[in-house]
Design a protein around this ligand. Structure first.
Ligand SMILES: Nc1ncnc2c1ncn2[C@@H]1O[C@H](COP(=O)(O)OP(=O)(O)OP(=O)(O)O)[C@@H](O)[C@H]1O
Length: 327
């Protein structure tokens, strides 16, 4: 395992003409974390990643790796490596030559290149495909080659831009656990851009949620999911209701919102939809103030007292489950 370095973004800004794509963000990535930059399309995730990689110029602010300002270094001198969404493999080069490519550019001799490329291919379990061309590989295999190619430079930080988006759902879940394994084995920092909440929750030690060019919230996956600070984060992470109550606005998890079985409901409403989801039933209620509130009722409990659209119901929760929202 390599000794990692901390990565710091200080007032990092990206402007394209009049568009502010990244607006003076500050963040500290501890060494050896798996971090996900999560947010909707256009929020500035890729611009942030590309600035860290050096594929996009910094408009303002700086990128500091292990105490050194790398904002103006060329990509190959930063200690970072990037894996692209499209993998960007060279179609005319074999798997082994694709992986060894950056070493060739650096003038490393062919025996050392080959040895190193085979080590990297072994890391991603692809040694037997070393002689194939990219077009002779499946999407998942191409992705492994792209990973090996990025890792051969021994980066401190691996940057991944939507690395799983081209894979089918089954393979995506498999590759996701492989990424996590690789990161653990190498002990380096991974910064992974995604717009998938499930992907971020499954992978990340730390989730950085971006919206409109700024960081809305950052923290451990568990904290960001369990205690969203803004309405945007609560809605974007999913699995939450946003409640407007006399004492303010709050987020509460759907599974901690319950249908009252006796009197004492905190909100009354009418069922508008009932969806069976396997382990639970999602019961959506329109409550006072025309707000939609969804309770995930464990399936056995639901079927012992089923509800249908049009039924009047009460909603209850423990007040400790409410998280005040700042915006
Ligand atoms: N080269 C460019 N020239 C002009 N505007 C750009 C350029 N690249 C990105 N933008 C704009 O900057 C904003 C942020 O884009 P960015 O690609 O960083 O977002 P994103 O969160 O990665 O989105 P996506 O998930 O769709 O890739 C968007 O409004 C986008 O239109």
């Amino acid at each position: 395992m390599r000794q990692g370095l901390d990565l710091e973004l200080v007032g990092l800004t990206k402007r394209y003409g009049d568009t502010v794509a990244v607006d003076a963000i500050n963040h500290h990535f501890g060494s050896g974390v798996y971090a996900c930059l999560l947010g909707p399309s256009g929020c500035g995730k890729s611009s942030t990643l590309r600035m860290i990689a050096g594929h996009e110029t910094v408009s303002d602010g700086s990128i500091v790796l292990g105490g050194s300002d790398i904002s103006y270094l060329p990509p190959a001198k930063r200690g970072t490596a990037m894996m692209f969404q499209s993998y960007a493999l060279f179609p005319h080069l074999s798997v082994a030559d694709n992986v060894a490519f950056s070493l060739k550019m650096k003038g490393v001799d062919s025996a050392t290149r080959r040895k190193k490329a085979m080590e990297m291919l072994s890391l991603v379990d692809m040694t037997q495909y070393e002689g194939r061309l990219p077009s002779q590989l499946s999407g998942g295999q191409q992705q492994r080659v792209a990973l090996a190619r990025a890792l051969i430079t021994e980066p401190q930080i691996l940057l991944l831009d939507e690395p799983l988006s081209a894979l089918d759902p089954f393979l995506r879940i498999r590759m996701r656990s492989e990424l996590k394994r690789l990161q653990r084995e190498l002990g380096i920092t991974f910064v992974h851009v995604t717009h998938g909440q499930d992907e971020a929750l499954a992978l990340a030690d730390e989730i950085v949620v971006m919206n409109n060019a700024v960081i809305e919230q950052a923290g451990s996956a568990r904290d960001v999911f369990n205690a969203p600070k803004t309405e945007f984060v609560a809605r974007f992470m999913g699995g939450h209701n946003v409640l407007a109550l006399p004492q303010g606005r709050f987020a509460i998890r759907n599974d901690l919102t319950r249908i009252a079985t006796e009197s004492g409901a905190k909100l009354d409403g009418k069922v508008t939809s009932v969806e069976f989801q396997g382990t639970h039933v999602a019961v959506t209620v329109v409550a006072a103030g025309d707000q939609d509130v969804t309770a995930w009722v464990p399936e056995e409990q639901f079927f012992s007292d089923p509800k249908s659209p049009g039924d009047g119901v009460g909603l209850v929760w423990d007040d400790q489950a409410l998280h005040p929202l700042s915006a």
